[in-house]
Ligand binder design. Structure first.
Ligand SMILES: NC(=O)c1ccc[n+]([C@@H]2O[C@H](COP(=O)([O-])OP(=O)(O)OC[C@H]3O[C@@H](n4cnc5c(N)ncnc54)[C@H](O)[C@@H]3O)[C@@H](O)[C@H]2O)c1
Ligand SMILES: O=C(O)[C@H](O)CO
Length: 329
């Protein structure tokens, strides 16, 4: 039997063609992203699914009794209810490695644009106010030579550390679930406690996955430990930050500024106070969004999916679901 797969997100034609060589494909063609209720109607006979971040939980799996594999076009997989998937023997995959350098570029871009106030000054120039904001000088703060604290020294964290060290001569502190001697060796990074990192860093950058353990990892207490001159960057997931505490820390000038690619609620609510703060640079979750990298992610996700539904060796099963074998029909 040819496996049936449903492609819920737009993918390049080559990616669809690749999947079609092995599977019977259906895909979402709507102009807007597929909603959950629309998706639930499409999956009743699917063996496999290609998605980006849709929640895979008990309710979802109840609608997809044949499902063997879900392939995320993303490295983060906090959308997977791992227990629900384990119970039903549904494999989940993600797309690590291929996006590391691109996301690291974006993290540095956020650091630079927040420190040097690029969006604010860009707007000033375009509004015809060249070089002037009343009496206030248009100065920013340096990035080079400062201390960068990375919370979550994984694949992307390491790519960011290399840029900080070798591109900007920064001192690198890191906090991670486990110590990484290889990064200490290659980048000269120093492993430290979260508290020490927060106290010492000029830039605090969050790059952990969103798990029950990292939920609101940055809260009121953590922002209070940061230097008043420090900049907070979040390129992980919005839920790793207590957003209310971040807003208060910025309003109370406990920290200098923030650069955010991710938010607790996405799309971010129009009345979110972060959107009106000139010292906050906001992006619409575009860490990996270059043409090449999104292509590579989609193709890798397609290969993971095809391997999973055809019973070949799958490259990127998420660690918590390794060892699952789809039930034979
Ligand atoms: N903004 C974006 O567009 C974008 C793009 C890619 C990834 N991400 C997010 O970044 C995350 C990290 O990606 P990665 O490929 O580097 O993952 P990774 O698994 O290689 O690295 C994550 C690191 O975080 C550490 N960690 C986990 N829990 C921790 C905790 N409680 N305290 C300290 N350290 C902890 C792990 O030990 C690991 O070293 C993804 O899960 C995703 O959520 C966001
Ligand atoms: O985790 C990822 O890969 C990015 O956040 C895109 O969703």
């Amino acid at each position: 039997m040819i496996p049936k797969v449903y492609i819920a997100r737009p993918v390049p034609a080559e990616v669809e063609a690749y999947i079609s060589q092995y599977c019977q494909c259906e895909k979402w063609n709507g102009p807007e992203p597929i909603t959950r209720s629309q998706l639930l109607k499409q999956i009743s006979d699917a063996d496999g699914l290609l998605i980006t971040g849709e929640k895979i939980d008990d309710e979802f799996l109840d609608h997809a009794p044949n499902l063997k594999a879900v392939s995320n076009i993303s490295v983060g997989y906090n959308n997977y209810d791992l227990e629900a998937m384990k119970k039903r023997n549904v494999i989940g995959t993600n797309t690590p490695d291929v996006l590391d350098e691109t996301v690291a570029d974006l993290a540095l871009a956020l650091m630079l644009s927040t420190a040097r106030r690029l969006p604010e000054l860009d707007k000033l120039v375009k509004d015809g106010k060249w070089g002037s904001k009343g009496d206030e000088p248009l100065f920013g703060v340096d990035v080079h030579g400062k201390t960068l604290g990375i919370i979550g020294m994984g694949r992307i964290g390491e790519s960011i550390a290399r840029r900080g060290k070798f591109g900007f001569n920064m001192e690198i502190l890191y906090h991670n679930r486990r110590r990484k001697p290889e990064v200490e060796e290659t980048v000269g990074a120093t492993y430290t406690t979260l508290e020490h990192l927060l106290r010492e860093s000029d830039f605090v950058l969050l790059m952990v996955p969103y798990t029950p353990e990292t939920k609101k990892l940055m809260g009121r207490e953590q922002f209070a430990l940061m230097k008043k001159s420090a900049i907070f960057i979040n390129t992980s997931r919005g839920q790793t930050v207590d957003e209310k505490a971040l807003i208060e820390a910025l309003q109370n000038k406990e920290i200098l500024a923030a650069g955010l690619d991710v938010f607790d609620q996405e799309p971010v609510a129009p009345d979110n106070p972060l959107l009106t703060m000139p010292n906050v640079v906001t992006l619409p979750h575009i860490g990996s969004a270059t043409h090449q990298t999104r292509y590579d992610m989609a193709m890798l996700a397609a290969k993971n999916l095809v391997a999973a539904v055809t019973g070949s060796e799958i490259v990127n099963v998420v660690p918590e679901l390794k060892g699952l074998r789809p039930l034979k029909e």
